[in-house]
Design a protein around this ligand. Structure first.
Ligand code: B12
Ligand code: SF4
Length: 491
């Protein structure tokens, strides 16, 4: 039998990768132990339904060991093409792999997709000459067509009539083809190919979260965000529960990382989701990010009962003017009410803020810090704005700064420098839990479960240690002694 059109996906996943509640917190639960790309799992599942095949290999870095692992995967899978799913910050590191690959396998076409290259298809082909095809936007149907035609022996320039890609034509000119229609009903998509990340020697336990995405697109227009705005579509809640059920039975998954930009799509959707979990008497654990103002305390109480562990919200800014200007569509008051409801329900609450949006200055940064402390979630993360290709914030950069991600020199779009923003974010982060209100709500009292109370205590103690060591370090005479203490503590 002829070999099916086959692609091998490659990713670099640094060993200590662990977002949000990072392993550096020394916690048993890191909330997202499997930072694998949902895109790869979705695409491979779709390929298998359309008479193609996909494999996935991930390595720690582009070193010789990583390369040997990739070589082995190529030997075993004999792909017709190699694929990469890329966000902006991965572009440069993954291009190192592409360079090494092309030296060894010049005949293998390199196909890339994901939010970064979707935002800059022409730039990708211009500045990264070893990339052959860019998939612009949703990849399922595009990849099936492109891969099938490549496997049938069509040279890449002949694919100029495939929709939703960018490529070089016969004369070497870069061509972006017309967009492909989106999949209208995403309920037709198969379950993600979880087998790609399932390791029978280390079956999932409650510390390993399997990713779950219930929606495509987004109907909001936040200026710092590069998702495709509009075209929001979601799975039926019963379909999602069915997927979770199958993943539990097939792979023993206990914990799901729901990775939608915001979840649930609507309160009524959530009711149906909860009903279905209860009807099936499923025992699951999960975390997700919701929007301020979307849910009330009774929702959180119900969610806690059916297994919600931690819930995050993107508050972004404490200054009402900044909040309005970034088009988040929420108010400070909505954020206050949501965090209060989460805390009252005893769910571990996480709030995200961004420092450095347009118009930011010392006073507005302070307003964010004040709001965070007033709301008093279980943990706060202050991020410095990255003006990402595809986001409105990126368009406000002068031409000369639009390749910042290639040099790694992050530009600022406000009057504070990135260095200032970094320092303010770091200091506020360390100080955040060091308050009596924090201790009272999350460590000594409140409704968190014993497990999460332990996590909050750990956060408190870790930050206290960092704060004390950091403060003492500023005094010249004790610097040496602090260095010794630090190395004794292993940090
Ligand atoms: C879940 C998620 C995460 C998860 C998992 C990340 C992951 N690697 O999958 C976590 C929490 C770990 C995470 C971390 C980060 N994320 Co994130 N994340 C998302 C989120 C909410 C959903 C992504 C998703 O799974 N979508 C569903 C899949 C099916 O869609 P998709 O990825 O777009 O893929 C489709 C197409 O793009 C295409 N496609 C994708 N790859 C390929 C490859 C080929 C060959 C082809 C043909 C097609 C194709 O086909 C797919 C199916 O249609 C998006 C926002 C969003 N709503 O999309 C942000 C988003 C992707 N993240 C973003 C960012 C910035 C980050 C971080 C850098 C944040 C940080 N500072 O730490 C890190 C980087 C981590 C990393 N190395 O990937 C940005 C990326 C912007 C950009 N210009 O690159 C986004 C778009 C949000 C934003 N702020 O704008 N993230
Ligand atoms: S940040 Fe805003 S635009 Fe981006 S996914 Fe979330 S709600 Fe949508």
């Amino acid at each position: 039998m002829d070999k099916k059109p086959t692609i091998l996906f490659i990713a670099i996943i640094p060993p200590a990768y662990s977002p949000y509640m990072a392993a550096s917190y020394g916690m048993a639960r890191t909330f997202d132990l499997l930072p694998h790309k949902h895109s790869v799992l979705s695409l491979v599942a779709w390929l298998r339904e359309t008479h193609c095949e996909g494999y996935y290999v991930w390595v720690d870095s582009a070193d010789s060991e990583g390369l040997a692992t990739i070589e082995k995967a190529i030997e075993l899978s004999e792909p017709h093409a190699v694929g990469f799913s890329l966000v902006t910050e991965e572009m440069m590191s993954h291009y190192e792999i592409i360079k090494l690959l092309k030296e060894r396998h010049p005949e293998l076409p390199i196909i890339v997709g994901g939010p970064h290259v979707t935002a800059m298809p022409e730039h990708t082909l211009e500045r990264f000459p070893l990339i052959d095809i860019v998939c612009v936007g949703e990849g399922e149907r595009t990849l099936t067509e492109v891969l099938t035609r490549i496997a049938a022996g069509q040279p890449i320039p002949f694919l100029f009539d495939a929709l939703g890609i960018a490529l070089r034509n016969e004369s070497g000119t870069i061509v972006v083809t017309p967009p492909r229609d989106k999949i209208k009903d995403i309920n037709i998509l198969p379950d993600p190919a979880y087998d790609l990340i399932y390791d029978p020697d280390a079956p999932p336990d409650e510390r390993s979260a399997f990713p779950l995405v219930c929606s495509y697109g987004c109907y909001f227009h936040c200026t710092f965000c590069s998702v495709e705005h509009g075209n929001y579509r979601c799975l039926r809640p019963e379909k999602v529960v069915e997927r979770m059920h199958r993943a539990q039975r097939k792979f023993g998954v206990e914990y799901f990382a729901i990775r939608d930009s915001f979840w649930p799509p609507l309160p009524e959707w959530l009711d149906r989701f909860c009903n279905e979990i209860e009807r099936r008497r499923m025992k699951v654990k999960f975390h997700f990010q919701t929007r301020a103002g979307a849910l009330r305390q009774e929702h959180f109480e119900r969610l806690k009962k059916i297994g919600a562990q931690a819930i995050a919200i993107g508050v972004e800014a404490g200054d009402p003017e900044i909040l309005k200007s970034i088009k988040k569509g929420i108010t400070v008051d909505m954020a206050r009410k949501t965090v209060a409801a989460l805390n009252d329900a005893g769910i571990f609450s996480i709030a995200f803020f961004i420092f450095g949006n347009k118009g930011e200055h010392h006073r507005t940064v302070q307003a964010s810090i004040d709001l965070a402390e007033e709301m008093n979630p279980s943990i706060v993360f202050y991020h410095v704005l990255h003006p990402l290709p595809g986001a409105e914030a990126f368009d406000s950069l002068p031409e000369s700064q639009r390749e910042w991600w290639m040099s790694g020199k992050l530009p600022s779009i406000c009057e504070l420098t990135v260095r200032d923003l970094d320092r303010l974010a770091h200091e506020a982060f360390i100080r955040y839990p060091l308050r009596w209100d924090y201790l009272k709500r999350h460590v000594l009292g409140g409704r968190l479960s014993p497990e999460f109370r332990r996590i909050a205590r750990h956060i408190y103690l870790l930050h206290l240690r960092k704060y004390v060591l950091g403060t003492a370090e500023r005094f010249q005479p004790v610097r040496g002694a602090i260095g010794t203490v630090k190395s004794a503590l292993g940090r």
